[in-house]
Design a protein. Structure first.
Lengths: 221, 296
Protein backbone atom coordinates (compact mmCIF):
# COMPACT_ATOMS: atom_id res chain seq x y z
CA UNK A 1 0.00 0.00 0.00
CA UNK A 2 1.30 3.46 -0.88
CA UNK A 3 1.08 6.06 1.85
CA UNK A 4 1.14 9.85 1.50
CA UNK A 5 4.53 10.06 3.19
CA UNK A 6 6.04 7.59 0.74
CA UNK A 7 5.25 10.29 -1.84
CA UNK A 8 5.98 13.41 0.25
CA UNK A 9 9.00 11.73 1.79
CA UNK A 10 10.92 10.14 3.26
CA UNK A 11 12.73 13.03 4.88
CA UNK A 12 16.29 11.85 4.54
CA UNK A 13 19.95 12.66 4.28
CA UNK A 14 20.82 12.55 0.57
CA UNK A 15 21.67 11.67 -2.05
CA UNK A 16 19.73 8.47 -2.81
CA UNK A 17 16.65 6.91 -1.25
CA UNK A 18 17.85 3.42 -2.17
CA UNK A 19 21.62 3.81 -1.72
CA UNK A 20 21.59 6.12 1.31
CA UNK A 21 18.28 5.98 3.22
CA UNK A 22 17.72 2.29 2.38
CA UNK A 23 21.33 1.41 3.20
CA UNK A 24 20.98 3.14 6.57
CA UNK A 25 17.77 1.19 7.29
CA UNK A 26 19.53 -2.09 6.54
CA UNK A 27 22.21 -1.13 9.07
CA UNK A 28 19.52 -0.23 11.60
CA UNK A 29 17.77 -3.57 11.17
CA UNK A 30 21.06 -5.51 11.43
CA UNK A 31 21.79 -3.62 14.65
CA UNK A 32 18.30 -4.31 15.99
CA UNK A 33 18.69 -8.03 15.30
CA UNK A 34 22.04 -7.96 17.13
CA UNK A 35 20.28 -6.25 20.02
CA UNK A 36 23.15 -3.87 20.85
CA UNK A 37 25.85 -1.95 19.00
CA UNK A 38 27.99 -4.74 17.53
CA UNK A 39 31.66 -4.98 18.42
CA UNK A 40 32.76 -5.80 14.89
CA UNK A 41 30.99 -6.04 11.54
CA UNK A 42 32.14 -7.15 8.12
CA UNK A 43 29.77 -5.90 5.40
CA UNK A 44 29.72 -7.42 1.93
CA UNK A 45 28.26 -5.25 -0.83
CA UNK A 46 26.95 -6.60 -4.12
CA UNK A 47 25.93 -5.09 -7.44
CA UNK A 48 25.02 -1.43 -7.61
CA UNK A 49 25.79 -1.04 -3.89
CA UNK A 50 29.36 -2.08 -4.63
CA UNK A 51 29.64 -0.19 -7.93
CA UNK A 52 28.16 3.21 -7.00
CA UNK A 53 27.92 3.04 -3.21
CA UNK A 54 30.93 5.23 -2.61
CA UNK A 55 29.49 8.31 -4.34
CA UNK A 56 26.11 7.71 -2.74
CA UNK A 57 27.38 7.63 0.84
CA UNK A 58 26.20 4.00 1.08
CA UNK A 59 29.11 2.91 3.29
CA UNK A 60 28.64 5.81 5.69
CA UNK A 61 24.88 5.23 5.79
CA UNK A 62 25.33 1.54 6.64
CA UNK A 63 27.90 2.30 9.37
CA UNK A 64 25.56 5.02 10.70
CA UNK A 65 22.65 2.59 10.80
CA UNK A 66 24.78 0.05 12.68
CA UNK A 67 25.31 2.57 15.50
CA UNK A 68 21.65 3.59 15.53
CA UNK A 69 21.57 6.73 13.35
CA UNK A 70 18.28 7.15 11.47
CA UNK A 71 18.05 7.99 7.72
CA UNK A 72 17.25 11.64 8.56
CA UNK A 73 20.11 12.07 11.06
CA UNK A 74 22.68 14.54 9.73
CA UNK A 75 25.39 12.77 11.74
CA UNK A 76 25.36 10.20 8.91
CA UNK A 77 27.84 12.54 7.21
CA UNK A 78 30.33 11.91 10.01
CA UNK A 79 29.23 8.33 10.56
CA UNK A 80 32.82 7.00 10.57
CA UNK A 81 33.84 9.29 13.43
CA UNK A 82 30.62 8.56 15.29
CA UNK A 83 31.15 4.82 14.85
CA UNK A 84 34.74 4.94 16.11
CA UNK A 85 33.48 6.82 19.16
CA UNK A 86 30.81 4.16 19.67
CA UNK A 87 33.47 1.44 19.62
CA UNK A 88 32.42 -0.19 16.38
CA UNK A 89 34.96 -1.88 14.12
CA UNK A 90 33.93 -2.36 10.55
CA UNK A 91 35.21 -3.55 7.22
CA UNK A 92 33.68 -3.47 3.73
CA UNK A 93 34.16 -6.01 1.01
CA UNK A 94 32.80 -6.02 -2.55
CA UNK A 95 31.30 -9.36 -3.56
CA UNK A 96 29.68 -10.88 -6.63
CA UNK A 97 26.58 -12.81 -5.60
CA UNK A 98 25.36 -13.65 -9.11
CA UNK A 99 22.49 -12.60 -11.36
CA UNK A 100 19.71 -13.67 -9.00
CA UNK A 101 20.79 -11.45 -6.14
CA UNK A 102 19.10 -8.06 -5.85
CA UNK A 103 21.46 -5.36 -7.24
CA UNK A 104 21.45 -3.53 -3.91
CA UNK A 105 22.32 -6.39 -1.58
CA UNK A 106 24.32 -6.15 1.64
CA UNK A 107 25.40 -9.05 3.86
CA UNK A 108 26.31 -8.22 7.45
CA UNK A 109 28.64 -10.53 9.39
CA UNK A 110 28.06 -9.26 12.89
CA UNK A 111 30.14 -10.10 15.97
CA UNK A 112 28.31 -9.33 19.19
CA UNK A 113 29.85 -10.69 22.37
CA UNK A 114 30.98 -14.23 21.51
CA UNK A 115 28.14 -14.64 19.01
CA UNK A 116 28.28 -14.48 15.23
CA UNK A 117 25.25 -13.34 13.28
CA UNK A 118 24.78 -13.18 9.51
CA UNK A 119 22.08 -10.86 8.14
CA UNK A 120 21.36 -10.49 4.45
CA UNK A 121 19.15 -7.73 3.05
CA UNK A 122 18.48 -5.55 0.04
CA UNK A 123 17.40 -1.98 -0.61
CA UNK A 124 14.38 -2.21 -2.89
CA UNK A 125 13.98 1.43 -3.95
CA UNK A 126 12.43 4.55 -2.46
CA UNK A 127 14.04 3.74 0.88
CA UNK A 128 12.15 0.47 1.31
CA UNK A 129 14.24 -2.50 2.41
CA UNK A 130 13.88 -6.19 3.08
CA UNK A 131 16.03 -8.44 5.21
CA UNK A 132 15.76 -11.83 3.52
CA UNK A 133 18.01 -14.06 5.59
CA UNK A 134 19.18 -14.36 9.20
CA UNK A 135 21.85 -17.01 9.87
CA UNK A 136 20.82 -18.83 6.71
CA UNK A 137 17.10 -18.86 7.60
CA UNK A 138 14.80 -17.19 5.06
CA UNK A 139 12.86 -14.25 6.52
CA UNK A 140 11.04 -11.22 5.12
CA UNK A 141 11.74 -8.33 7.49
CA UNK A 142 10.82 -4.87 6.21
CA UNK A 143 10.90 -2.82 9.39
CA UNK A 144 7.34 -1.71 8.59
CA UNK A 145 6.06 -3.39 11.75
CA UNK A 146 7.53 -4.03 15.19
CA UNK A 147 8.86 -7.55 14.74
CA UNK A 148 9.88 -10.37 17.03
CA UNK A 149 12.51 -12.70 15.62
CA UNK A 150 13.35 -15.82 17.57
CA UNK A 151 15.25 -19.03 17.07
CA UNK A 152 13.80 -21.99 18.94
CA UNK A 153 14.50 -25.68 19.17
CA UNK A 154 11.68 -27.20 17.11
CA UNK A 155 9.34 -29.00 19.48
CA UNK A 156 5.54 -29.18 19.76
CA UNK A 157 3.77 -26.23 21.33
CA UNK A 158 6.38 -23.54 20.81
CA UNK A 159 4.23 -21.53 18.37
CA UNK A 160 1.16 -21.68 20.60
CA UNK A 161 3.33 -20.69 23.54
CA UNK A 162 4.70 -17.60 21.80
CA UNK A 163 1.23 -16.58 20.57
CA UNK A 164 -0.22 -16.95 24.08
CA UNK A 165 2.50 -14.80 25.63
CA UNK A 166 2.03 -12.10 23.01
CA UNK A 167 -1.74 -12.10 23.57
CA UNK A 168 -1.17 -11.97 27.35
CA UNK A 169 0.88 -8.79 26.88
CA UNK A 170 -1.76 -7.28 24.56
CA UNK A 171 0.44 -7.47 21.48
CA UNK A 172 -1.72 -8.02 18.39
CA UNK A 173 -0.08 -10.23 15.77
CA UNK A 174 -0.15 -9.09 12.13
CA UNK A 175 1.81 -11.90 10.43
CA UNK A 176 3.75 -14.96 11.55
CA UNK A 177 6.26 -17.02 9.64
CA UNK A 178 8.10 -20.17 10.74
CA UNK A 179 11.05 -21.77 8.96
CA UNK A 180 12.99 -24.73 10.25
CA UNK A 181 16.22 -26.43 9.32
CA UNK A 182 14.64 -29.86 9.78
CA UNK A 183 12.27 -31.80 11.97
CA UNK A 184 13.13 -31.36 15.67
CA UNK A 185 16.04 -29.11 14.81
CA UNK A 186 15.96 -25.28 14.88
CA UNK A 187 12.99 -23.15 13.85
CA UNK A 188 13.14 -19.42 13.12
CA UNK A 189 9.95 -17.48 13.87
CA UNK A 190 9.33 -14.02 12.44
CA UNK A 191 6.34 -12.36 14.02
CA UNK A 192 5.12 -8.94 12.88
CA UNK A 193 2.93 -7.13 15.40
CA UNK A 194 0.79 -4.02 15.53
CA UNK A 195 2.34 -2.89 18.82
CA UNK A 196 5.98 -2.90 19.96
CA UNK A 197 6.99 -6.18 21.61
CA UNK A 198 7.66 -5.03 25.17
CA UNK A 199 10.43 -6.22 27.47
CA UNK A 200 8.02 -8.20 29.64
CA UNK A 201 6.81 -10.26 26.69
CA UNK A 202 10.37 -10.72 25.47
CA UNK A 203 11.48 -11.76 28.98
CA UNK A 204 8.68 -14.31 29.25
CA UNK A 205 9.61 -15.86 25.90
CA UNK A 206 13.29 -15.93 26.84
CA UNK A 207 12.51 -17.96 29.96
CA UNK A 208 11.66 -21.09 27.95
CA UNK A 209 14.34 -23.78 27.69
CA UNK A 210 13.65 -24.37 23.99
CA UNK A 211 14.56 -20.82 23.10
CA UNK A 212 18.01 -20.18 21.62
CA UNK A 213 17.73 -16.43 21.10
CA UNK A 214 15.04 -13.79 20.62
CA UNK A 215 15.26 -10.20 19.37
CA UNK A 216 12.68 -7.47 19.26
CA UNK A 217 13.17 -5.42 16.08
CA UNK A 218 11.40 -2.06 16.34
CA UNK A 219 9.53 -0.40 13.52
CA UNK A 220 12.12 1.46 11.43
CA UNK A 221 11.02 5.02 10.64
CA UNK B 1 -4.40 6.31 -1.90
CA UNK B 2 -6.51 6.87 -5.03
CA UNK B 3 -5.60 4.85 -8.10
CA UNK B 4 -6.74 7.38 -10.68
CA UNK B 5 -7.01 11.16 -11.06
CA UNK B 6 -10.53 10.54 -12.31
CA UNK B 7 -11.60 8.76 -9.09
CA UNK B 8 -9.89 11.41 -6.94
CA UNK B 9 -11.87 14.17 -8.65
CA UNK B 10 -15.09 12.15 -8.69
CA UNK B 11 -14.76 11.58 -4.93
CA UNK B 12 -14.43 15.31 -4.38
CA UNK B 13 -17.39 16.17 -6.61
CA UNK B 14 -19.72 13.51 -5.24
CA UNK B 15 -18.99 14.35 -1.60
CA UNK B 16 -18.67 18.11 -2.00
CA UNK B 17 -15.25 18.04 -0.35
CA UNK B 18 -12.16 19.85 -1.63
CA UNK B 19 -9.41 17.82 -3.35
CA UNK B 20 -6.96 18.20 -0.44
CA UNK B 21 -9.68 17.12 1.99
CA UNK B 22 -10.35 14.00 -0.08
CA UNK B 23 -6.64 13.08 -0.07
CA UNK B 24 -6.41 13.80 3.66
CA UNK B 25 -9.52 11.76 4.57
CA UNK B 26 -8.34 8.82 2.48
CA UNK B 27 -4.88 8.85 4.06
CA UNK B 28 -6.34 9.10 7.54
CA UNK B 29 -8.72 6.19 6.99
CA UNK B 30 -5.99 4.01 5.42
CA UNK B 31 -3.33 4.66 8.09
CA UNK B 32 -5.43 5.38 11.18
CA UNK B 33 -3.48 8.61 11.75
CA UNK B 34 -5.74 11.56 12.69
CA UNK B 35 -6.05 14.25 9.97
CA UNK B 36 -4.57 16.98 12.15
CA UNK B 37 -1.43 14.88 12.74
CA UNK B 38 -1.06 14.36 9.00
CA UNK B 39 -1.37 18.08 8.38
CA UNK B 40 1.18 18.84 11.11
CA UNK B 41 3.65 16.39 9.57
CA UNK B 42 3.19 17.98 6.15
CA UNK B 43 3.87 21.40 7.68
CA UNK B 44 7.13 20.01 9.14
CA UNK B 45 7.96 18.57 5.74
CA UNK B 46 7.54 22.04 4.21
CA UNK B 47 9.95 23.45 6.79
CA UNK B 48 12.59 20.89 5.84
CA UNK B 49 12.06 21.78 2.18
CA UNK B 50 12.59 25.48 2.97
CA UNK B 51 15.74 24.80 4.99
CA UNK B 52 17.26 22.72 2.18
CA UNK B 53 16.62 25.50 -0.33
CA UNK B 54 18.22 28.11 1.97
CA UNK B 55 21.22 25.87 2.70
CA UNK B 56 21.95 25.29 -0.97
CA UNK B 57 21.58 28.95 -1.89
CA UNK B 58 24.35 29.86 0.55
CA UNK B 59 26.59 28.21 -2.01
CA UNK B 60 28.81 26.30 0.41
CA UNK B 61 27.64 22.72 -0.12
CA UNK B 62 29.84 20.37 -2.14
CA UNK B 63 29.22 16.73 -3.01
CA UNK B 64 31.72 13.98 -2.16
CA UNK B 65 32.47 13.54 -5.86
CA UNK B 66 33.11 17.24 -6.30
CA UNK B 67 30.78 17.31 -9.30
CA UNK B 68 28.11 19.56 -7.77
CA UNK B 69 27.75 22.41 -5.31
CA UNK B 70 27.64 26.19 -5.64
CA UNK B 71 25.69 26.38 -8.89
CA UNK B 72 22.40 27.46 -7.29
CA UNK B 73 24.07 30.50 -5.77
CA UNK B 74 25.90 31.25 -9.01
CA UNK B 75 22.55 31.32 -10.85
CA UNK B 76 20.81 33.31 -8.12
CA UNK B 77 23.63 35.89 -8.06
CA UNK B 78 24.51 36.05 -11.71
CA UNK B 79 21.44 35.04 -13.74
CA UNK B 80 20.49 37.81 -16.23
CA UNK B 81 16.74 37.40 -15.37
CA UNK B 82 15.73 37.02 -19.03
CA UNK B 83 12.12 36.31 -18.03
CA UNK B 84 12.30 38.15 -14.73
CA UNK B 85 13.25 37.21 -11.21
CA UNK B 86 10.55 34.56 -10.76
CA UNK B 87 11.96 32.19 -13.32
CA UNK B 88 15.54 32.60 -12.13
CA UNK B 89 14.54 32.15 -8.48
CA UNK B 90 12.57 28.98 -9.22
CA UNK B 91 15.41 27.46 -11.24
CA UNK B 92 17.96 28.31 -8.53
CA UNK B 93 15.73 26.82 -5.82
CA UNK B 94 15.35 23.55 -7.69
CA UNK B 95 19.12 23.26 -8.18
CA UNK B 96 19.70 24.26 -4.57
CA UNK B 97 17.82 21.33 -3.05
CA UNK B 98 19.50 18.84 -5.36
CA UNK B 99 22.93 20.22 -4.44
CA UNK B 100 22.11 19.80 -0.76
CA UNK B 101 20.98 16.27 -1.53
CA UNK B 102 24.21 15.45 -3.33
CA UNK B 103 26.19 16.80 -0.36
CA UNK B 104 24.42 14.43 2.06
CA UNK B 105 22.18 17.19 3.37
CA UNK B 106 18.63 16.79 4.69
CA UNK B 107 15.96 16.77 1.98
CA UNK B 108 12.45 15.49 1.37
CA UNK B 109 12.31 12.81 -1.31
CA UNK B 110 9.15 14.03 -3.08
CA UNK B 111 8.60 11.62 -4.66
CA UNK B 112 12.28 10.58 -4.85
CA UNK B 113 15.61 12.03 -3.73
CA UNK B 114 16.65 12.48 -7.37
CA UNK B 115 13.60 14.67 -8.00
CA UNK B 116 13.60 16.37 -4.59
CA UNK B 117 14.21 19.84 -6.01
CA UNK B 118 11.10 20.21 -8.14
CA UNK B 119 8.13 20.47 -5.77
CA UNK B 120 9.82 22.70 -3.14
CA UNK B 121 11.08 25.12 -5.82
CA UNK B 122 7.59 25.45 -7.28
CA UNK B 123 5.72 25.79 -4.00
CA UNK B 124 8.15 28.17 -2.29
CA UNK B 125 8.39 30.40 -5.37
CA UNK B 126 4.63 30.48 -5.95
CA UNK B 127 4.17 31.31 -2.25
CA UNK B 128 6.77 34.07 -2.38
CA UNK B 129 5.36 35.71 -5.50
CA UNK B 130 1.72 35.58 -4.42
CA UNK B 131 0.55 38.86 -2.98
CA UNK B 132 0.62 38.44 0.81
CA UNK B 133 1.82 34.87 0.40
CA UNK B 134 -0.31 31.76 0.08
CA UNK B 135 -0.46 31.05 3.82
CA UNK B 136 0.80 27.90 5.48
CA UNK B 137 -2.55 26.08 5.53
CA UNK B 138 -3.05 26.55 1.79
CA UNK B 139 0.49 25.31 1.17
CA UNK B 140 -0.29 22.20 3.23
CA UNK B 141 -3.43 21.77 1.10
CA UNK B 142 -1.31 22.11 -2.05
CA UNK B 143 1.07 19.44 -0.74
CA UNK B 144 -1.93 17.15 -0.19
CA UNK B 145 -3.00 17.68 -3.81
CA UNK B 146 0.56 16.98 -4.96
CA UNK B 147 0.72 13.87 -2.79
CA UNK B 148 -2.57 12.59 -4.17
CA UNK B 149 -1.24 12.92 -7.72
CA UNK B 150 2.03 11.21 -6.82
CA UNK B 151 0.11 8.36 -5.23
CA UNK B 152 -1.79 7.79 -8.48
CA UNK B 153 1.43 7.72 -10.52
CA UNK B 154 3.06 5.33 -8.02
CA UNK B 155 0.22 2.86 -8.52
CA UNK B 156 -0.36 3.26 -12.28
CA UNK B 157 3.21 3.76 -13.53
CA UNK B 158 6.40 4.12 -11.48
CA UNK B 159 8.38 6.66 -9.47
CA UNK B 160 11.78 5.00 -9.89
CA UNK B 161 14.37 6.04 -12.45
CA UNK B 162 15.63 2.45 -12.43
CA UNK B 163 12.19 1.33 -13.61
CA UNK B 164 10.92 4.17 -15.76
CA UNK B 165 13.72 6.65 -16.43
CA UNK B 166 13.84 10.31 -15.39
CA UNK B 167 10.27 10.87 -16.62
CA UNK B 168 9.16 8.71 -13.66
CA UNK B 169 11.10 10.85 -11.18
CA UNK B 170 11.24 14.50 -12.30
CA UNK B 171 8.21 13.95 -14.56
CA UNK B 172 6.11 12.82 -11.64
CA UNK B 173 7.43 15.57 -9.38
CA UNK B 174 6.54 18.14 -12.04
CA UNK B 175 3.04 16.70 -12.51
CA UNK B 176 2.54 16.85 -8.74
CA UNK B 177 3.73 20.46 -8.76
CA UNK B 178 1.54 21.40 -11.73
CA UNK B 179 -1.54 20.09 -9.92
CA UNK B 180 -0.56 21.89 -6.71
CA UNK B 181 0.01 25.24 -8.42
CA UNK B 182 -3.20 24.97 -10.43
CA UNK B 183 -5.09 24.24 -7.23
CA UNK B 184 -3.39 27.17 -5.41
CA UNK B 185 -4.51 29.48 -8.21
CA UNK B 186 -8.12 28.43 -7.93
CA UNK B 187 -8.16 26.10 -10.91
CA UNK B 188 -11.19 23.88 -11.51
CA UNK B 189 -10.94 20.11 -11.24
CA UNK B 190 -10.82 19.95 -15.02
CA UNK B 191 -7.99 22.46 -15.13
CA UNK B 192 -6.04 20.55 -12.47
CA UNK B 193 -6.45 17.35 -14.46
CA UNK B 194 -5.40 19.12 -17.67
CA UNK B 195 -2.34 20.60 -15.94
CA UNK B 196 -1.21 17.11 -14.93
CA UNK B 197 -1.67 15.81 -18.49
CA UNK B 198 -0.01 18.84 -20.10
CA UNK B 199 2.94 18.67 -17.75
CA UNK B 200 3.61 14.95 -18.00
CA UNK B 201 3.17 14.76 -21.77
CA UNK B 202 6.12 17.13 -22.04
CA UNK B 203 8.30 14.89 -19.88
CA UNK B 204 7.55 11.63 -21.71
CA UNK B 205 10.59 9.64 -22.74
CA UNK B 206 13.09 11.46 -20.55
CA UNK B 207 15.85 8.98 -19.76
CA UNK B 208 17.81 8.51 -16.51
CA UNK B 209 21.51 8.64 -17.39
CA UNK B 210 23.39 10.08 -14.42
CA UNK B 211 27.13 10.53 -14.83
CA UNK B 212 29.00 8.01 -12.71
CA UNK B 213 25.65 6.65 -11.54
CA UNK B 214 25.43 9.54 -9.07
CA UNK B 215 22.42 11.74 -8.36
CA UNK B 216 24.20 14.89 -9.53
CA UNK B 217 24.66 15.62 -13.25
CA UNK B 218 22.34 16.04 -15.14
CA UNK B 219 19.91 15.64 -12.21
CA UNK B 220 20.32 19.16 -10.81
CA UNK B 221 19.52 20.68 -14.22
CA UNK B 222 16.67 18.30 -14.92
CA UNK B 223 15.06 19.32 -11.64
CA UNK B 224 15.27 22.96 -12.72
CA UNK B 225 13.70 22.35 -16.13
CA UNK B 226 11.02 20.10 -14.63
CA UNK B 227 9.97 22.94 -12.31
CA UNK B 228 9.56 25.18 -15.37
CA UNK B 229 7.57 22.49 -17.15
CA UNK B 230 5.17 22.35 -14.21
CA UNK B 231 4.61 26.12 -14.13
CA UNK B 232 4.13 26.22 -17.92
CA UNK B 233 1.52 23.45 -17.78
CA UNK B 234 -0.32 25.16 -14.95
CA UNK B 235 -0.28 28.51 -16.75
CA UNK B 236 -1.78 26.96 -19.91
CA UNK B 237 -4.38 24.91 -18.04
CA UNK B 238 -5.52 27.89 -15.97
CA UNK B 239 -6.04 29.85 -19.20
CA UNK B 240 -8.44 27.12 -20.30
CA UNK B 241 -6.21 25.43 -22.85
CA UNK B 242 -7.26 21.83 -23.26
CA UNK B 243 -5.58 18.51 -23.94
CA UNK B 244 -7.37 15.65 -25.68
CA UNK B 245 -5.76 12.84 -23.63
CA UNK B 246 -6.79 12.44 -19.99
CA UNK B 247 -4.33 12.72 -17.08
CA UNK B 248 -4.72 9.02 -16.24
CA UNK B 249 -4.04 8.07 -19.85
CA UNK B 250 -0.89 10.20 -19.98
CA UNK B 251 0.27 8.61 -16.70
CA UNK B 252 -0.34 5.17 -18.24
CA UNK B 253 1.67 6.18 -21.31
CA UNK B 254 4.52 7.26 -19.04
CA UNK B 255 4.44 3.80 -17.43
CA UNK B 256 4.42 2.12 -20.84
CA UNK B 257 7.33 4.22 -22.13
CA UNK B 258 9.25 3.34 -18.97
CA UNK B 259 8.67 -0.38 -19.39
CA UNK B 260 9.84 -0.22 -23.00
CA UNK B 261 12.87 1.90 -22.18
CA UNK B 262 16.20 0.07 -22.69
CA UNK B 263 17.98 -0.61 -19.41
CA UNK B 264 20.91 1.56 -20.55
CA UNK B 265 18.61 4.54 -19.96
CA UNK B 266 17.29 3.44 -16.58
CA UNK B 267 19.78 4.62 -13.95
CA UNK B 268 22.49 2.14 -14.91
CA UNK B 269 25.01 4.76 -16.11
CA UNK B 270 25.50 2.51 -19.16
CA UNK B 271 24.03 4.87 -21.75
CA UNK B 272 23.02 8.41 -22.57
CA UNK B 273 25.08 11.23 -21.08
CA UNK B 274 26.73 8.81 -18.66
CA UNK B 275 28.33 6.89 -21.53
CA UNK B 276 29.88 9.90 -23.29
CA UNK B 277 33.66 10.41 -23.35
CA UNK B 278 33.28 13.63 -21.36
CA UNK B 279 31.33 11.84 -18.63
CA UNK B 280 33.84 9.00 -18.47
CA UNK B 281 36.73 11.44 -18.07
CA UNK B 282 34.89 13.15 -15.23
CA UNK B 283 34.32 9.85 -13.43
CA UNK B 284 37.98 8.87 -13.78
CA UNK B 285 39.22 11.96 -12.00
CA UNK B 286 36.70 11.59 -9.18
CA UNK B 287 38.54 11.37 -5.85
CA UNK B 288 38.08 8.12 -3.95
CA UNK B 289 38.25 7.31 -0.27
CA UNK B 290 38.71 3.95 1.36
CA UNK B 291 35.69 3.58 3.61
CA UNK B 292 36.82 1.19 6.30
CA UNK B 293 37.68 1.86 9.87
CA UNK B 294 38.56 0.45 13.23
CA UNK B 295 38.33 1.76 16.73
CA UNK B 296 41.40 1.69 18.88
Amino acid sequence: MVSLFDILGPTMVGPSSSHTAGACRLGLIARAIAGVTPRRVRIQLHGSFAATGEGHGTHRAIVGGLIGLAPDDLRLREAYDEARAAGLEWEFEDVELGEDAHPNTAIFHVEVGDEQLVVRGASLGGGRVEVSEIDGFPVALTGAYPTLVLLAHDEPGTIACVATIMAGHHVNLATMRVDRTGRHQDALMTIEADEPVNDAALGAIRSFPWLRWARSVPKIS
Amino acid sequence: MHKSIESLIRDAEESGRSLPQVVLDRESSETGVPPEQIRARIAQTLQIMRRAIDEGLEGKVRSASGMTGGRAKKLWDGGPRILGNRVTATLARAISTLEVNAAMGLIVAAPTAGAAGVLPAILISVDEFAEGGMGEERLVDAMLVAGGVGGVVAQRASLAGAEGGCQAETGTAAAMGAAAVTWLHGGSHEQISTAIALCLQGMLGLICDPIGGLVEIPCIYRNASAAMQAIAASEMALAGLDFPVSADEVIDVMGEVGRRMPSAYRETAMGGLAATPSAKRLVQIRPTTRPSGASR
